[in-house]
Structure formats: C-alpha cells, structure tokens
Design a binder for this molecule. Sequence first.
Ligand SMILES: [Zn+2]
Length: 200
Amino acid sequence: MNKELFSQDKYTEHTLSMSFLKANIVGTLFPIPLVSIFVIMFAWVEYSLNRKWFSISGNAQFLLWLLVFYASAFLLIALHELVHALFFLRGCENRWKSIRFGIKSATPYCHCKEVLPLNLYRHSLLAPLWLICLPLAIVALLTGHGLIFLLTVIMIFGSGGDLAIFWSLRKYKGNRTYVWDMEDAVGCIVYNCNEPDSLK
Ligand SMILES: [Zn+2]
C-alpha cells in the first residue's frame, strides 16, 4: 500500500530506528542463543558419533575449500534477501516495482517501498531463519560437514538485524498495524490505526 494513504488523522506514527553502530552491536547479540544451541547440538552429535568433522589435506584442497565457502556464502546471502522479497511481494500492490535490493554500510538489504501489514512484515523478518538456516542446520547435523556448519553459523548471525527489528515490534498488535521499512536508516515506521473497526 502507498505510504500516502497512511494519514496522521487515521494512524499514529511511531518511528523505530537505531544508529548503524547500535544495529551492528544488537544484531550480533540477538543470534547468540540460537547459535549456541546449534553449536552445542553439533558438538554433541560429532562427539557421540565420533566423526571427523573437519579435515583438509594440502594447500590445493584448502584453496578449493575457501572458494566453495565464499561462493556458497555469497549465494546464501543473496537467497536471504530474495526470501525477504518473496514475502514482501505478498503485500505489494505494484509487485516487483516496489522491491529494491542494495548494499548499505557493507550490508546487503531488501527494501519494500510500500507499507505492509505488520504480520506479513514479521513473517518476512523470520522467513530466512526457517527457510535457510534451519535446513542448513539440519544438513550440518546429519552430515557433520565443517563447511556447512560454518555457513549455518554465519547465516544465523546474518539474521541478527532481522531478529532485532522483530523484537522491537513485539508490543504491537498485528491486525491493525502497518509497517514501512525505512530506506535510508536502520528501522521502520509503525502505523497504528486510530479507528479500531475501520480496518480488519
Ligand atoms: Zn534479513
């Protein structure tokens, strides 16, 4: 929905934003419980099965390992932003025309120009965790592969910003609240409907 539709008399605006420094610090702290659970589970499985999870023999194999690692990380980061976009699209009237991809302060992002229902925005924030990190974690646990283990940890940390925004939205009710993701700052504008019965 177009941002202009959200007038001051119908909606109360709240701006939730933080500095890039705070976003980087908070974004690193939020994933720690999830990463800890995964690392403990991985270590426990490896120890129980007595698997050799990391073995490199020779420089050539190390270089290949490094190349595969960087290529996979790049693809997974792109996929993370694409997952956000696919969820945003469900609330976009102008479809792909409203979606922007870019890099801000060395961090890739996906921005939606339209105002979205809060619940949809919440789903979009958590979607990469369910659709990318969870399958990666399962594959890492099943195979005991060191590369997949590392990629899982990186991808969970990569969801830190999303988790921080999700947390900052916890007090809002989903059914009458809308969100506009800020393009030039870290955070979003929340529109709370003043007329409870006018919109579902
Ligand atoms: Zn994200």
